[in-house]
Every structure is written in C-alpha cells, then in structure tokens.
Ligand binder design. Structure first.
Ligand SMILES: Nc1nc2c(c(=O)[nH]1)N[C@H]1C(S)=C(S)[C@@H](COP(=O)(O)OP(=O)(O)OC[C@H]3O[C@@H](n4cnc5c(=O)[nH]c(N)nc54)[C@H](O)[C@@H]3O)O[C@H]1N2
Ligand SMILES: Nc1nc2c(c(=O)[nH]1)N[C@H]1C(S)=C(S)[C@@H](COP(=O)(O)OP(=O)(O)OC[C@H]3O[C@@H](n4cnc5c(=O)[nH]c(N)nc54)[C@H](O)[C@@H]3O)O[C@H]1N2
Ligand code: SF4
Ligand SMILES: [Mo]
Length: 751
C-alpha cells in the first residue's frame, strides 16, 4: 500500500490540509486531511488536479539568460548568481537600491520566499515592494488602520457561528475564503433561524442558496451600503450601547447618513427599497452577523469607501468582538511589504500612497515609463506573474521591457519570465519546506509547516538557497558574522537563540538579513532536513512574544524563549498543522490599538467621497461601451495562474464569456457561439456561455486564463482570454489605487 503524506492544497488562500500519494514523481491520489485543524478533511474538487502544477510541461529546470535576440540560453547556477549579483550591485551604485522594485514574494501556497527575499532586498538596497494584495486588500487594510489604530488590525468573520452571514462581492462557493466553506454555507442555508445574504450583481452559486440576494447594478455598492446604513439609523436599529461604550464619532457619520435619499439610492443600485429595509433589519436584529467583503467591491468603483461602509455596517450594529461576529485575529507573520526606515510612505515618482509597505499595483507602469530620475530601473520578481495579473498587460510588458534589468524566480516559464534578463528556476512547493501566512482565523488560528513530498526537480533550487547564494555573491555577509552562530547552533537551540539575538543587537546590519543568516546557520542543524524552515523558527518566537496568553490557551507551555521553542517544535512534529492561538472575545478589544481603545468611526479622507456620492452623476449609457465586464471571475476551473496547462479544465476549457440571454439574443449570439469583446485597450475573441444568472448589460470572464503553454510538439497554445489585456491601469481607486477589474466598460459583438 502506498503511503499517504500530509501536505496542503496551494490553490487558494484557505490551504486545506490534504494527504497525497505519489508515484514516480507524480501526485497520484489526493484526499482531505482529517487531522488538519481547520479544514478537518474538507477539500473541494481542485486539488485532485495538483499534478498539473507539479509536472507542468513548462517547469523550469535551469537558470536562463536572455540573449540579445530575445531568446534564452541555459546557464549554470554559479554563472547566474554571480552575474545577477554583479548587475544588482552595479545598479545600486549607479542609481541607488531604491531603483530596484521587488514584486511578489508568494502566491496562494508559499510565503517563505518572501521572508528570504527580504534579505536579498536589503542586500541590494531595494526599498520599494508590491504584490497582489495591492490590487485587492490595501484599501481595506488602510480603513482598518483608521478604525482600529493600525492597518494590521484585520478582522475576520465567524461564519461557522454567525446567525447572519453576508457576502459582499464574494462568491465563497467557488472562491472559499473561510474553512470548509461549502459545508458552512449549506448549514446556514438549511437552518430556518439563520440567514444568508449575498450582495452581487450575478446570481452566483452562493446567491442561489441565499435567503436574500441583493442583485446590485455593478459598481453601485457604495449606494447600496449607504442606503443600508441610512435605514439602520432611520429605523433606530443602531446598537446604542455598543456605539456609546466602544466608539467615537457616530454623530459626524450620522449627519451624512441622515442626508442619504434612501429611495433614490435604492433605485441607483437597483435593489428594491423594501428588500434593503428587510436586510438592514435582519442584520440589526440578529444575535450575530459576519460579513465578508471581497473582490466584487475591492476591485470596483469606490472600493476603499466600500470597505469603510461595510465596516460601519457591522460596527454600528454591534457585530464586533463576540461569537459569530467580526473579530481581530492573531497572525503568524505579516504579509505586507514591510516598512523601510527613512523611505517616504509614497511611491518615488507619482507620490502614490504606500499601504502596508506596498505600492499600488496599477501605478507600477507609471513609476517605470517616465524619465523621472527616481524611476524604477530594475525589478526582482518572485512567485508572481504581474505581466499577466496586473491591470493593462500591454503597458506592463512595455514597462518591463523598458527596465534595465529584470530577474524572475518562478517554477514555470510565465508571461513575466518572458520579459526577464535572467530566469531562476525554483523548486516547487512540493519539493521544499513551505508555509503560508494566510493565518486569518478566530478564535482558533492555525498554521501548517509543510515538509516536501518530492526531491527538488534537478536543476532547481528552493528560494532560501537562491537568496543565500545571492547574498553571499553580493558580499553582504561575512564569515565572521556567521562563525559564532554556526558554533552556537551545534550546542542546541537554546544556545543558538542567545547567540542569535545577541548578534542582531550587536550587529544591526544583520537584522534585515536575518532570514538568510538563520538559513545558513540554524538551518543545517534542524531535524528532518528542515533547513528551509529556519526563518520560521524566528517567526515562532516573535509570535510567542506577541500572543503569549493565546499560545498558552492553545496548549503551549514555557516561560521566555521556551514558549516559542514549544511552538516551533510542534510545527516540526505535527505535519497536519497546529492551532497556534486560541482567543477569547476580549482579546479582540486588546488588539484594538487606538490610544483610547475605542473604535474611531470617522475616517476623514473618505468622508468627502461619502458626502459627494449624492451628487455623483449616474453614468449615461456609453454607446461605444454599453456593457460592464467583470474581468476575472472565480470559477470551478480557475486557480489564479498556478495551473498553466489548459488541460486541467475538464469543463469550460476556454473560459467562456458569460452573457445574459436577452443580450445574447439581441446581439445574435447563440449558445456555444463566439463573440468579440472590446474595451478601450483591446479587442479579443472569446467563446460564450449564455447564462440567466447575469443582469442584462453585465458580462463576466474568468481569471487566470489566456496563458501561453507549450504543446507536445514544441509549439505554443493559448486558450481563453487573458483578462488584463482588456483592463487599463488608470482605472483604479483614487485613494488606495486598487484596480477596477470588476468594472470594465466593454462592447460585445457576435464574432
Ligand atoms: N476557484 C478559485 N478560487 C479562488 C481563486 C481562484 O483563482 N479560483 N483565487 C483566490 C483569490 S487570489 C482571491 S483574492 C479570492 C477572490 O474571491 P472572490 O472575491 O469571491 O472572487 P471573484 O469571483 O473574482 O469575485 C467575487 C464576486 O464579485 C462579484 N461582483 C462583480 N462586480 C461586482 C459589483 O460591482 N458589486 C458586487 N457587490 N459584486 C460584484 C462577482 O459577480 C463575483 O461573484 O478567491 C480565491 N479563491
Ligand atoms: N483582471 C483581473 N486581474 C486579477 C484578478 C482579477 O480578478 N481580475 N485577481 C487578482 C488577484 S486577487 C490576485 S491574488 C492576483 C494573482 O496573481 P499573482 O500574484 O501574479 O499570482 P499567481 O497567479 O498566483 O501566480 C503565482 C506565480 O507563482 C509561481 N509559483 C508557483 N509555485 C512557486 C514556487 O514555489 N516558487 C516560485 N518562485 N514561484 C512559484 C507560479 O508559476 C506563478 O507564476 O491576480 C490579480 N489579477
Ligand atoms: S478550498 Fe482552496 S485550498 Fe481547499 S481544496 Fe479547494 S482550492 Fe484547495
Ligand atoms: Mo487574490
């Protein structure tokens, strides 16, 4: 009998625990891991296809260097590392390290590379960074910071226990976002005492199960949310005790809400006023409500304002710091870009707001395609495919081609890798120790450190090794820095801990290089050849120092450094993951970091936008682009760009454009037919699915399609539409810079 090995699914942020069987380098069987503390055996249909990731035909197996004619030649690792190091050092000398942009640092299943990448960033002096969070969550993070004191005060819903669950621009049936999503959704739907509320222009799979579906006109959530808030105030549904005891500033917000013309806003978002009233009452009168806001509002007009209004709704109804409602979770480590001391909190060229250390994705081309002296000249990209996944692929290609120097670290030959001067092949997520920092649960939060299930594909290296080699080639670490730590590591982890923390305080230049220092010195002594997990050891200590009580409630014991050691030991010993923090509801209040520990309801910079909604003119139908295209919908057969082989899609192989039946009839498009979709940026051919789940005038395309993939005979094939060929980088939120992928003006014609 083949043996089952514990690992995790890497296809969405939930990272369900799975068990796999392997044969000759292939993942042959997959099942949910019952021992995983959060997923408890749950898995959706996607992980059964994981071998398409592990054994993709375009996996990289040698470092590549671009020739003058644009083709690539294979080179050995030593050559690649020394040439890359030399180029970065030269750039740092000529233009300063701040001219080197770092992008990525992890996808849905791998965040260790970002931790090790931090060391390389420090060595080359790169201070500006971005990643996909800056095209979805940065607006929300910023609002959290205003309300609760710090951007890190991120809240999470408790859908398992909520009486009312609200999904705002979120389709968890396919996109998940919380553990065992489909089980939990079904439980809520069948319980007559609980309610499911979905706000989405499409009758999604989740909306079809809902008690209340607010099928908003696309892009009008700010009106819908304002009306819900105004009704809450008007009908005296505000939780007065909560507001009095825990918040500041409702008066100022109420003044705006009293001026909201509810009937008019209901018409603007096209949701009947009576339905809005019913839903506002249902939320306010529930014992607990949890809300999940996601891409449907975060990648649409008014996105930062929408996040603010969403949070006001659960706050003024008192759905905070209690079971079934919204709570501030612990986290194993941060996902942001990190603050670089002394660097302006804005981007170097355009002065765009940097949130949680991340430059807005949409302004990246503007920060390159200019003759401004502070423009980016180079980029280091790892585990991300920005040429495909950022708005405006054409401008992204142009921008990356304009850079002096681009290095990409990936497992596959991606659209972004094709713009690189050097491509470095990483070992896959099943060939090294890995972990993700999507630790977003409350009251029990879990973290899994995964052991490899395969040896590295020959020619590839895990990122910790890549970064270590780069740093040594750059000359950022000296033998005398490491020797005492090597010696201490031989005496055990207690001796090592003392030596490590002493070294960091005596030699501050080691601090930003800490992950690689750990990999080099602690790594070789870790059991189970877990060297790549060395940085996790330090994070376990930081986590223990930050949440000692929560760790103790989770069963970890010990004083001082022993607590962090206990956590790290558990991570190494429990392959299905551990619950690292257990919280009580008061913990949420201790995590509110405003000076008076009260929630600040007044978010000044957004109030003006809030007030001016009333005067916003309804966009007159544009005859050139009469449709609103949602460019990038999650479906059963999408997983960002983690699978590149179109063969994994058993259904909907080409990722059809979904269109309302009346629209299709009017345009003369028939089922199974094809259409041309045209935006300001491009005109592309697509297959069509006619679906009565869409509103007239609304159309959707899946995310992650349109990837170039090698055919068996050495050619290339591309199936489906790459959504960002159709989007424009200037279509973004004025405040956080988040893109309007869900709101792309478009024209559709029969092909
Ligand atoms: N199967 C699958 N699951 C995934 C992923 C994947 O690629 N495939 N990706 C993962 C990632 S990276 C993320 S960030 C999450 C995202 O998860 P979701 O946010 O749930 O994903 P989407 O389907 O892109 O968008 C959600 C919904 O927004 C709706 N929408 C469009 N326009 C509007 C609007 O104007 N207002 C409102 N209220 N709603 C609107 C769409 O109809 C859609 O149902 O999914 C994760 N899970
Ligand atoms: N139009 C439109 N655009 C969108 C979206 C949308 O809805 N519409 N969604 C946006 C969202 S929410 C997100 S999160 C982004 C996602 O877009 P990206 O952040 O670019 O991430 P992924 O598509 O997940 O790609 C991850 C990359 O990591 C590589 N990889 C996999 N494993 C490893 C590894 O172990 N090491 C290394 N070094 N590389 C590895 C994969 O080959 C792939 O190239 O897309 C965004 N773009
Ligand atoms: S819910 Fe996400 S992590 Fe879980 S099995 Fe499905 S794709 Fe994988
Ligand atoms: Mo995402």
């Amino acid at each position: 009998m083949a043996e089952w090995q514990q690992t995790a699914c890497i296809l969405c942020s939930i990272n369900c625990g799975i068990e796999v069987q392997t044969e000759a380098g292939h993942i042959t069987k997959v099942r949910g891991d019952k021992a995983h503390p959060a997923s408890e055996g749950y898995a959706c249909e996607k992980p059964h296809q994981l071998d398409y990731y592990q054994n993709g035909r375009d996996r990289l197996s040698s470092p590549l260097r671009r020739r003058a004619d644009g083709s690539y030649e294979e080179i050995d690792w030593d050559t690649a590392i020394s040439e890359i190091a030399a180029r970065f050092v030269a750039l740092r000398g000529e233009h300063g390290g701040e001219s080197i942009l770092y992008y990525g640092g992890g996808g849905q299943g791998n965040h260790l590379c970002g931790g090790y990448g931090r060391a390389t960033r420090a060595a080359i002096g790169s201070v500006y960074a971005s990643n996909a969070l800056a095209q979805e969550k940065t607006g929300e993070f910023w609002v959290d910071g205003q309300l609760f004191g710090r951007a890190r005060c991120h809240t999470t819903g408790d859908f398992e226990n909520a009486e009312v669950a609200v999904f705002l621009g979120k389709n968890p049936w396919f996109s998940h976002g919380f553990p065992r999503a489909r089980v939990v959704l079904k439980e809520i739907a069948k319980d007559p005492n609980r309610s499911l509320i979905v706000i989405d222009p499409r009758r999604t799979e989740t909306a079809a199960m809902a008690d209340y579906h607010l099928q908003v006109r696309p892009g009008t959530d700010a009106f819908c949310l304002s009306a819900l808030l105004a009704i809450t105030l008007e009908e005296n549904l505000v939780d007065q005790d909560f507001v009095r005891d825990h918040t500041n500033g409702l008066g100022e917000v109420a003044e705006i809400l009293r001026n909201v013309p509810i009937a008019e806003y209901s018409a603007r978002c096209d949701v009947p006023e009576e339905l809005l009233r019913t839903v506002a009452r249902r939320i306010a009168q529930s014992s607990s409500t949890s809300i999940f806001e996601d891409l449907g509002i975060q990648q649409a007009p008014h996105s930062t304002l929408n996040s603010y209004l969403e949070k006001l709704l659960y706050l003024i109804t008192g759905n905070f710091a209690k079971e079934g409602a919204m709570n501030i979770h612990s986290r194993f480590a941060s996902l942001g870009g990190g603050r670089s001391p002394g660097v302006e909190p804005t981007s170097p060229v355009g002065g765009h707001r940097i949130i949680t250390g991340l430059i807005p994705c949409n302004v990246i081309p503007d920060e390159i395609l200019t003759d401004h002296p502070k423009r980016f000249r180079a980029a280091l990209i790892e585990s991300a495919n920005p040429v495909h996944s950022l708005a405006d692929s054409q401008r992204m290609r142009e921008a990356f081609e304009a850079l002096d120097f681009v290095v990409v670290i990936d497992v596959a030959m991606t659209e972004t890798a094709r713009c690189a001067d050097y491509v470095l092949p990483a070992s896959s997520q099943y060939e090294k120790w890995e972990a993700t920092f999507f630790t977003l649960e409350f009251p029990k939060n879990d973290f899994q450190l995964r052991a490899p299930i395969f040896d590295p594909l020959p020619g590839t290296l895990p990122e910790p090794e890549i970064h270590s080699r780069l740093i040594h080639a750059i000359g950022a670490l000296q033998e005398e820095d490491l020797a005492p730590l090597h010696a201490a590591a031989k005496q055990g982890r207690a001796a090592y801990a003392a030596a490590f923390f002493a070294a960091l305080s005596e030699k501050p230049h080691l601090k930003p290089l800490a992950s690689v220092v750990l990999y080099d010195t602690l790594g070789p002594t870790l059991p189970r050849r877990a060297g790549e997990a060395a940085a996790v050891w330090a994070l376990a200590h930081t986590c223990a120092m930050e949440y000692p009580d929560s760790l103790r409630r989770a069963g970890f014991e010990g004083e001082g450094l022993d607590l962090g050691e206990a956590l790290f030991d558990a991570l190494l010993e429990r392959p299905s993951g551990v619950i690292f923090t257990v919280d009580d509801y008061d913990e949420t209040w201790r995590r509110v970091l405003t000076p008076d520990r009260r929630i600040n309801l007044v978010v000044e910079p957004l109030l003006e936008e809030f007030r001016s909604l009333r005067g916003e003119r309804t966009q007159a139908a544009n005859p050139e682009f009469p449709f609103v295209l949602c460019a990038g919908e999650r479906r059963s057969f999408t997983a960002n760009t983690i699978f590149r082989d179109p063969g994994w899609r058993r259904k909907d192989a080409n990722g059809a454009l979904r269109l309302n039946p009346d629209d299709a009839a009017r345009l003369g498009i028939t089922a199974g037919g094809e259409a041309m979709i045209t935006t300001r940026r491009a005109s592309l051919r697509t297959s069509v699915e006619i679906s009565d789940t869409l509103r007239p005038g609304h159309a959707t395309l899946p995310n992650g399609l349109g990837l170039a993939y090698p055919t068996e005979d050495g050619g290339q094939q591309t199936r489906g539409v790459a959504p960002n060929e159709l989007t424009a980088s200037e279509d973004r939120d004025w405040f956080a810079g988040t893109p309007w992928h869900k709101y792309v003006p478009a024209r559709i014609e029969a092909a």
